[in-house]
Design a protein around this ligand. Structure first.
Ligand SMILES: [Fe+2]
Length: 261
C-alpha cells in the first residue's frame, strides 16, 4: 500500500502553536511514503513565517513535495509580487520541499496555479495555463503507477467552480489532466475537505481531493485537519482532525473507488 499525506493551508503566522508538534508527530507515526504540501504555508509571505514553515518541514521524516499558494508571495509588496513572487518560497523551502517526487506507487508533479498578480480584481483565486496543464500530464505519461498532480487551487469543487473556487482555466485543466490519464489531483485553498470524481467514460476515474487547513486558525468553521490517502486494494481518503485536545485523530474514511485501477 502507498500512503500519501496531504497538508494544506498551514498558514504559518496564523498557526495554532499548540498543534504544531502534534501534527508533526502524527504524520511521522503514520510513516507515509510522501508528504504533499498544497500551498499557503505562510500568511503574508514573511521571512519569519517561511522560517517557521521550514523548521516544521525539517521535523518530518518523509520526503516532502509541494507548490506555493497565493499567500506564499510577499503579500503587501506589489513590486516583489510582480517580479519575483516565489523567491522567498524557494529560498526558504528548497531543497527540503521538492517540486516532484516518486515514492511507493505514486509519482507526483506540481501544477502551478498561484500567481503573484492577475488581471482580475481577486488575484488570490488562481489561474491555470493550458500549456501547464498539458505539460503536467505529459510529465506523468510514462509512469505505470499512480499519477498524482498537486496544486494550490481547486480545478473541481463541490457545487462547481464558483465563489472562492473560481480558478481561471480550472475546468479546462481538469478535463485536460483527466484525458492525460492523471489519477488524482490534490488541492487546497478552500479550507474544505472534499472528494469529487470525474469518470473518463472507459471505466477509469480521475479523483479531485481538497484538504482542510492543517494548523491554521483560519478554519472557516471546520476543525484543523489533514488528509491521508491510502492507495491499495481499497483506496480511500481518511481525514485526520484536531479535537478539543491538541491531538489529531482519524475520522470517517471516504472511498476513492477506482483510484489507480
Ligand atoms: Fe489560498
Amino acid at each position: 500500500m502507498t500512503r500519501l499525506v496531504q497538508i494544506s493551508d498551514v498558514h504559518f503566522g496564523a498557526e495554532d502553536p499548540i498543534l504544531v508538534a502534534p501534527l508533526s508527530e502524527t504524520i511521522n507515526a503514520l510513516e507515509p511514503d510522501l508528504v504533499i504540501v498544497t500551498g499557503d504555508v505562510t500568511t503574508f509571505g514573511r521571512r519569519r513565517e517561511f522560517a517557521a514553515a521550514r523548521a516544521f518541514l525539517d521535523t518530518l521524516k518523509a520526503p516532502v513535495v509541494g507548490a506555493p499558494g497565493n499567500h506564499d508571495t510577499p503579500y503587501l509588496d506589489m513590486a516583489a509580487r510582480l517580479t519575483s513572487p516565489w523567491k522567498r518560497f524557494e529560498r526558504w523551502l528548497s531543497p527540503r520541499l521538492q517540486p516532484r517526487a516518486q515514492a511507493g506507487l505514486a509519482r507526483v508533479e506540481m501544477l502551478p496555479t498561484a500567481r503573484g498578480a492577475q488581471a482580475r480584481v481577486d488575484w488570490s483565486l488562481g489561474r491555470v495555463r493550458k500549456r501547464d496543464a498539458i505539460r503536467a500530464g505529459e510529465a506523468l505519461s510514462d509512469h505505470d503507477g499512480l499519477k498524482v498532480l498537486a496544486g494550490h487551487h481547486p480545478l473541481v469543487a463541490p457545487g462547481g467552480l464558483k465563489g472562492r473556487a473560481k480558478t481561471s482555466g480550472g475546468e479546462r485543466a481538469a478535463r485536460l489532466i483527466a484525458e492525460a490519464g492523471v489519477d488524482l489531483y490534490l488541492s487546497g485553498h478552500l479550507h474544505q475537505v472534499f472528494a469529487e470524481r470525474l469518470d473518463r467514460g472507459d471505466g477509469s476515474v480521475c479523483w479531485f481531493v481538497g484538504a482542510g487547513t492543517a494548523l491554521s486558525r483560519r478554519t472557516r468553521g471546520e476543525p484543523a485537519s489533514f488528509n491521508v490517502i491510502e492507495v491499495g486494494e481499497d483506496p480511500r481518503l481518511v481525514v485526520w482532525s484536531a479535537g478539543e485536545d491538541p491531538a489529531f485523530k482519524p475520522g470517517q474514511a471516504i472511498s476513492l473507488e477506482g483510484l489507480g485501477a
